[in-house]
Design a protein around this ligand. Structure first.
Ligand code: SRM
Ligand code: SF4
Length: 557
């Protein structure tokens, strides 16, 4: 186990080791009726099962004043490989959400679906219901390989099918092998004799920290491949998949005021053949398992392992484990990180409709009936839906004769945001933040609509309404909406206060930079008003806002 010199392993390492391959004492914690919480260690173990203990922060102070324990409840993250879910599964999830959660679904930036507000007694039936719908939450959280993301729009069917097959194979191989999930949630029999090593890949203490893999299909970087611990960029020739560029060490998370933490772009190491991707994934993960920092959790992602030891060391170690060398990387060009909203024709006679779901929240609110409307679409379509890493939803593989009926449902339920939204709104992302996220320092999802309105007014003032500018807002520096890649990012510092970061690239391959700290809304708007004014006057032809800020050396001021 690699720990920082002179520092002991973090207490989480002990909890993992004691958990007996993620069993912990979950059944006892679930049966305990005197509290709405799980036992201390079990809150850690539950994460590996896709379950986060939270409490409603809107009423935290009030509960404390009444000397009540926090209003504990749970977020359940359903892991959907490549964002894929059948219509039947969608309807099953909605039903469980109505029965056991706050009733809304949340599409995430890693193509998963989250339920919030599940009470402890609601966990077993929800988990069993998900299992019955052939859905899983295993490894949606925890120190393991998380949901593998994959460019979701299958417009070029052969390449996408092939890429997805590789993503699936890797996700399967790197799914924890423990039977604990079945035992606790799906009434699996417990082995009378414990299996000696239930986790041939992970071992008893799993990884030092979360690990993320993504597959992008150029020219669309709609998964933000350079934000992944391990990114595969598909290389195609004549409509066939011929290989992948391999990029390592991406990550967004940082902590305010801690210089040992920072966002980092993944670096391209080289290229591999399609059939070699699984070995690459297994060995990159293996290096991180064996060499990642297990004492200081804020410094334990692969990006720090690489920076601490050097990229040359990493490459040599990877090639030693592989027994072969990566080929030179192939130059690729991306055109953007957003989704292609609206209808896109596939090359197989099917069409795909990408709907803009504001901040990924599936709720009936404000004249947009996302829950009712998507249920109706799912019932009619009967086929596949795909969650995108931009928190949107694709109605995939629509037959020509279904199209008009789906369009009618979209219009009837007010789900046509994609056709009327400004470019700013089409690409904007916000993380969940308050009231459920325990780490939020400021609002994000709930603040986004107001902020968008204000920024649209500024853009209109400067004649920039049609300008695509990427905006991402998070409630803290952990980076769940990948804010460090946006042209304009607000990162929560305190209630109503944000750091303003500017100058990210439009194709996801340049980090933005901190421009001003701890600003309240009026100051944010004043700064952006001035910069957008300059941009309107001084930009080069078709020059994006982020590029302009870098070229004009605005960020050096
Ligand atoms: Fe995240 C922790 C929500 C994508 C980096 N993230 C959390 C938690 C679970 C808070 C916690 O630990 O108590 C948040 C739950 C909020 C809630 O109430 O739902 C949370 N993260 C999310 C989601 C739902 C944001 C969203 O609005 O869509 C995304 C769920 C993804 C999924 O389906 O698996 C989500 N999180 C990300 C991403 C983006 C990505 O993966 O592409 C990142 C940045 C990439 C990266 O990992 O570097 C991200 N989340 C973090 C971090 C910082 C990790 C680090 O390296 O420091 C934390 C904090 C932690 O792990 O300690 C975190
Ligand atoms: Fe919570 Fe921070 Fe992630 Fe937002 S970025 S969901 S506030 S951990």
């Amino acid at each position: 186990m690699t720990a920082t010199p002179n520092k002991p392993p973090s207490p989480v390492e002990d909890i993992k080791a004691r958990s007996h391959y993620l069993r912990g004492t979950l059944p006892a914690s679930l049966a305990e009726r005197t509290t709405g919480a799980l036992g201390h260690d079990d809150t850690r173990v539950a994460k590996f099962h896709g379950i986060y203990q939270q409490d409603n922060r809107d009423i935290r102070a009030e509960r404390a004043a009444q000397r009540l324990e926090p209003a504990y409840d749970f977020m359940i993250r359903i892991r959907l490989l490549g964002g894929r879910i059948t219509s039947g599964q969608w309807l099953a999830v909605d039903k469980l959400a109505q029965l056991h959660s706050s009733g809304t679904l949340r599409l995430t930036t890693r193509q998963a679906i989250q339920l919030h507000g599940v009470l402890k007694q609601g966990l077993p039936p929800t988990m069993a219901g998900l299992g019955a719908a052939l859905l899983t939450t295993i490894a949606a959280c925890g120190d393991v390989n998380r949901n593998v993301v994959c460019s979701p729009l299958p417009a070029s069917s052969a390449v996408h099918r092939a890429v997805l097959a590789h993503a699936e194979a890797i996700a399967r191989r790197l799914t924890p092998a423990t039977r604990a999930y079945h035992e606790v949630w799906l009434n699996g029999e417990r082995n009378a004799v414990p299996v000696a090593n239930e986790e041939p890949i992970y071992g008893a203490t799993y990884l030092p920290r979360k690990f993320k893999i993504g597959f992008a299909v150029p020219p669309h970087n709609d998964i933000d491949v350079y934000a992944q611990d391990l990114g595969f960029v598909a290389l195609a020739a004549n409509g066939e998949l011929v290989g992948f560029n391999v990029a390592v060490g991406g990550g967004m998370g940082a902590t305010h005021g801690n210089a040992r933490t920072y966002p980092r772009l993944a670096e391209t190491l080289g290229a591999c053949k399609p059939g070699q991707a699984l070995a690459v994934a297994e060995h990159v993960l293996g290096i991180q398992r064996d060499h990642g920092d297990r004492s200081e959790r804020s410094h334990s992602r692969l990006k720090y392992t690489i920076d601490d030891r050097g990229i040359d060391w990493f490459r040599a170690e990877l090639e030693r484990r592989l027994g072969w060398s990566l080929a030179p990387a192939v130059p690729v060009e991306f055109t953007g990180t957003g989704d292609r909203l609206g209808w896109i024709e596939g090359d197989d006679g099917r069409a795909h409709l990408t709907l803009l779901v504001p901040a990924g929240r599936v709720a009936d609110v404000g004249g947009e009936y996302w829950r009712t409307g998507l249920n109706a679409i799912a019932a009619l379509h009967g086929g596949e839906l795909r969650v995108t890493p931009n928190q949107n939803l694709i109605v995939a593989g629509v037959r020509r004769d279904e199209r008009a009926a789906i369009e009618a449902l979209v219009a009837e339920h007010g789900l046509d945001a994609h056709s009327r939204a400004t470019p700013l709104r089409r690409e904007a992302l916000a993380c969940v933040a308050l009231p459920t996220c325990g780490l939020a320092m400021a609002e994000a999802e709930r603040y986004l609509p107001q902020l968008l309105g204000q920024l649209e007014a500024l853009l209109a003032k400067h004649g920039l309404t049609d300008e695509p500018i990427s905006l991402r807002v998070t409630g803290c520096p952990n980076g769940c909406a990948r804010p460090y890649l946006a042209e304009v990012a607000l990162i929560g510092k305190a209630p109503g206060r944000y750091n303003l970061l500017l100058g990210g690239g439009r194709t996801g391959d340049r980090l933005n930079r901190l421009y001003r700290q701890n600003l309240a809304e009026p100051e944010i708007l004043r700064v952006l008003d001035e910069l957008l004014g300059r941009f309107a006057r001084e930009r080069g032809a078709a020059e994006p806002f982020g590029d302009f800020l870098v070229r004009a050396r605005v960020l050096d001021a």
